[in-house]
Design a protein around this ligand. Structure first.
Ligand code: OOB
Length: 538
């Protein structure tokens, strides 16, 4: 058993097996099955390159053998930071097959975050593109490797320089692959977080495949699905709700978009006759606007999902008519619970709610500040327990005590209300997080980076409303240096090497922070201050 991982208690594991949620199947077996059932169907399209199920399976196998030759073992951790490419899937399934555990980092993560993922998990390998979006990942990997002594292999998709090349690792020589079972860990995802550094979310084959199977059923994916992946495939939404893994499970075809802009995505939709895709709300706004002036034929689209952040009713109303397709709202979290509006729901539900839990075995409750249940229709804190919601973060004992209730419910940090027929409406949040158009920023994490600046005495980050992104971030700073500017702090954070979306959009320099009656920084008051300033355009 991997140290730091809390296994499912026997009682729950038995329950989820006996009610048919967990089947014991593994990701490696799913791909093997599809390669046998539909060997010549196209699984993935990236630019002009197409890969069939049989080829994907074969290449993943050869790479798994290559990883074993290299000395990577079952349960070893591998930080995977690939973009929307075929190589992502080859590496991913190779690791699944030999039982090593990918940590799905996002393309935007930089050396501070990557170093932390590697150190925290004692990763032995780090897989990267050479250059993407003008960022030199090889240079970054060199810096990370210099800091993390467990890291033995840097594996590059592209120009590997002094490191290893993914393609060259494909091995014809067969070795015994370890046995992998449904209850084994499959990978780690990252939490949006609210405190300190990002938490890692451990996932077993059993629990994740259950969420995929249910999602495929609800979203009606099949071998005729043509899914355009525009958001990063490493994110839970694009990965499994029903996402790219859902498509592979159903025998459909994934079209990989290197970026989500209409200029890239619309021609792909027209050319490949895409019928399903997933967007965050700001992208939905951009696509709706672009649709008015771009002449592409997008009539193949059947479903556009919008999720990751609250989709306003105003935007929700426009999606269907703009694209001549159905909207599906998705309210999910990397920790587990995913809610969908159903494809045959009324317009009223699709526009005004964020859907209902995907599984009849999701136990949700809405509670007050004292964890007491409240009346249906009242607004409160959402808690959840179920067959695909984690019961603990990896290696985070102290945080786990706060994040989960004594009876094993996850405190989502979301404030919701529920309709009589079980649909959820997201009303707000009680976690110290900024949701910047679907990208999550843990306030404390960025505050700590700012506090490491010699002139910063204190820092408090809050959200400020934004018509396009929903929210942006504003840092209130108490500095001992009157000359310190927001620009200087931005450069400081960039140099430190953190994902660009975490860098505050605005800085406000103050002499003190408003306080709560208990003497804590009142973020509520800070939010009010910045809202007022925005309203009066100061
Ligand atoms: C998805 O996952 P995460 O882990 O990046 O973020 C989860 C949080 C939720 O707790 C909630 O605060 C917010 O993002 N959120 C939404 C939302 N979808 C996510 N808030 C309002 N309305 C929505 N539709 O974001 C994620 C994971 C799987 C599927 C979809 C989204």
């Amino acid at each position: 058993m991997l140290q730091g991982y809390t296994p499912w208690p026997d009682e729950l594991a038995t329950k989820y097996r006996s009610n048919g949620c967990w089947t014991g199947e593994t990701f490696g077996e799913v791909l093997e099955r599809m390669a046998t059932l539909t060997p010549t169907s196209i699984a993935l399209i990236e630019g002009n390159r197409k890969v069939t199920y049989e080829e994907l399976n074969d290449r993943a196998n050869r790479l798994a053998h290559g990883f074993i030759h290299l000395g990577i073992k079952k349960q070893d951790r591998v930080v995977l930071q690939l973009t929307n490419t075929i190589t992502f899937f080859e590496v991913c399934f190779a690791l699944f097959r030999m039982g090593a555990l990918p940590i799905f980092s996002l393309p935007l993560h930089r050396q501070t975050e990557i170093t932390y993922f590697c150190e925290h998990t004692k990763a032995v390998a780090y897989v990267i593109p050479d250059v993407f979006d003008r960022h030199d990942y090889v240079k970054m990997a060199r810096e990370v490797k210099g800091k993390v002594n467990t890291l033995q292999h840097i594996i590059v998709a592209g120009d590997e320089q002094e490191f290893l090349n993914v393609e060259a690792l494909m091995s014809e020589e067969s070795v015994n692959l370890p046995n992998i079972s449904g209850s084994d860990l499959a990978f780690f995802q990252l939490s949006g977080g609210s405190t300190g550094l990002p938490k890692l979310i451990p996932r077993t084959h059993d629990e994740y495949l259950y969420s995929i199977r249910k999602s495929v059923e609800i979203c009606e994916l099949s071998e005729r699905t043509k899914y355009l992946a525009v958001l990063p495939v490493a994110h839970n939404f694009t990965m499994s709700s029903p996402g790219v893994f859902g498509v592979l499970y159903a025998g459909g075809c994934i079209i990989l978009s290197p970026d989500p802009s209409p200029d890239t995505a619309f021609p792909l939709i027209e050319k490949e006759k895409v019928n399903f895709t997933s967007l965050v709300p700001p992208l939905a706004i951009i696509w709706i606007e672009a649709k008015k002036s771009r002449g592409y034929d997008l009539t193949s689209l059947e479903v556009i999902q919008v999720g990751g952040a609250k989709c306003s009713a105003e935007v929700a109303k426009k999606v269907g008519p703009s694209f001549g397709c159905s909207l599906q709202q998705v309210f999910g979290m990397a920790e587990g619970l995913v809610n969908y509006t159903r494809l045959d729901d009324t317009d009223e539900k699709i526009v005004y709610t964020q859907g209902r839990p995907m599984s009849e075995f999701d136990e949700i409750r809405i509670v007050d500040e004292e964890d007491q249940s409240i009346a249906v229709g009242d607004t409160g804190h959402l808690q959840v327990r179920g067959p695909y919601t984690i019961i603990a973060y990896y290696n985070a004992e102290t945080h786990n005590e706060k994040a989960f209730t004594h009876d094993g419910f996850y405190r989502t940090g979301d404030i919701v209300k529920q309709t009589e027929d079980g649909y959820l409406i997201v009303e707000g949040r009680d976690k110290d997080q900024i949701n910047r158009g679907g990208e999550k920023i843990a306030a404390e994490e960025v505050e700590n980076y700012l506090l490491s600046h010699e002139d910063v005495l204190d820092a408090a980050i809050v959200s400020m409303p934004d018509a396009f992104l929903g929210e942006r971030s504003c840092a209130f700073i108490i500095s001992q240096n009157e000359q310190l500017t927001g620009q200087a702090l931005k450069s400081f954070l960039q140099l430190k090497g953190i994902a660009a979306f975490k860098i505050p959009d605005r800085f406000e320099f103050v002499h003190e922070f408003p306080q709560t009656p208990l003497g804590k920084v009142s973020k509520k008051s800070l939010r009010e201050i910045i809202q007022e300033k925005l309203a009066t355009k100061i």
